[in-house]
Each structure stands twice: as C-alpha cells, then as structure tokens.
Design a protein around this ligand. Sequence first.
Ligand code: KIV
Length: 265
Amino acid sequence: MSRISLKRLAQMKEQGERIAVLTAYDASFACLLEQAGVDVLLVGDSLGMVVQGQGSTLPVSVDEMVYHSSAVARGSKRAMVVADLPFMSYANPEQALHSAARLMKEGGAQMVKLEGGAEVVDTVARLAGMGVPVCAHLGLLPQSVHKLGGYRVQGREAGDAERILGDAKALQQAGADMLVLECVPRELAARITEALAIPVIGIGAGAATDGQVLVLYDMLGITPGKRPSFSHDFLAEHGSIVAALEAYVTAVRDGRFPTEQHGFD
Ligand code: KIV
C-alpha cells in the first residue's frame, strides 16, 4: 500500500475533503492512528514537552527527531509522515538541507516542517529545490516562545495579520507544500486558507482551514496540566483510544471539530 502523497493532499483541498492530522511519536500509536484514518502523522517537536517532560520544544535534537520519526515510519504504511526540524537545526539553508536529509534518510519522513515566515523563505526554496517536501508553520511558533513572551494567539493586530498573510503567500511561492497555522484568529485563518493553493492545517485556528491537527496526548487527555482551550478530550468522551481516534477523524472530516469554542476572535 502506498502512502498518501502530496498530490492526494492537494486533491483533498481542491475537493473540500478535510485532512485529519495528529502528532505521533512511536510505532504503536502510528499504527493505531492510521488504522483510525489519520491522513498525516506529524512527528512534532512537541515530543520534547509531552514525551520528554521538557518545559518547551527548544531542547529537542535532530538525533531525537530521527529516533521518533523512524519509529513512526516503521509503525505506519499509508499515512504521510511529516517530521519537525527542531530548534536551530535550520538556521541557514545548508544546515536545513543536512538536517532534512537526516529526517528523510534515517527518519523515514516524507516531509519536513519548519517554523517561521519571511526569515525562512530562502531555506524553504533551497529545500524545495532539492526535492524536499516542506510544511511551513505560521502563527504561534513554539520554538520562538521566549521571543514571543509566551504561548499567545498571534495575528490579532491588523499589521500582524497582514504580515502573516504575506508570509504565507511568500512561503507557498518559495515552494512550501503545506502550511500549519497555529493559534490565529479564525477570520485570519479563513483568509489565508482561501488565498493559498496548498493545504492549510489549523490548530487553534478555527474551522475554515483545510484540515486540523492536535497534539495526540492533548486529545487523549493525558498531557499533565491544563489542556489547551482549542483541544478536546476525545478519550473522556469515547471511552477507548481506538474509539477516540476514530471520533476525531470523523469529526474533522464532517466539519464537527473544531467548534466555535476551539477557536479565537
Ligand atoms: O510540534 C508539534 O506538535 C506541532 C503541532 C502543535 C502543530 O508543531
């Protein structure tokens, strides 16, 4: 069975079929997630927080991303595997190429994700030029948490919103194949989704995006502490992990998740 391709994701956007994405960090969950119908397994550097117990994603290394990505790739057959380039592993285009090559060759990823706007456009162009599928990430950038002064909604001011929209267009132009939009007002997410030809995957970005992603442990209610307001505990509602995963995929596909309460004005 072949994996979901970029062409299939583009077709899903075109046909208005919503894309279900979840983070995955190991082989067993990767297998369960794709059996539940998840289209894209994101090996997020959120693993630094939910698996390693770090205070942020910053300490995660390329070696650790390779380790988790290869486990997810081994545990799955159909879903696309996207792996995060961790903090400071893509500080210039050549370093990004080297790190991406490791995630793809050793980690078995089909796409890499990196955070940032105008400042990473050249890097995205370099990766795309060398045949590396790229997922961009705008809005709340967890790797920039210290610069942002916390995990806050981004793009509420008109100037910020225009900058994020401009960055999204520039990243697509540079060759990005997909965009994750994190914690931005619903209206801005809707404008960006409408403006781009590539699939836009939201998290805390309202219901108008082409697909949704959540951190697996948040949607199972097992992340210690307070759950983000844009997430939902599907395990508490559905009683088993398999039922929770299936309910998430169905709710995303049917447009029942996220609801109004999972977005921001
Ligand atoms: O690292 C991660 O899990 C992510 C998602 C929150 C989109 O980037």
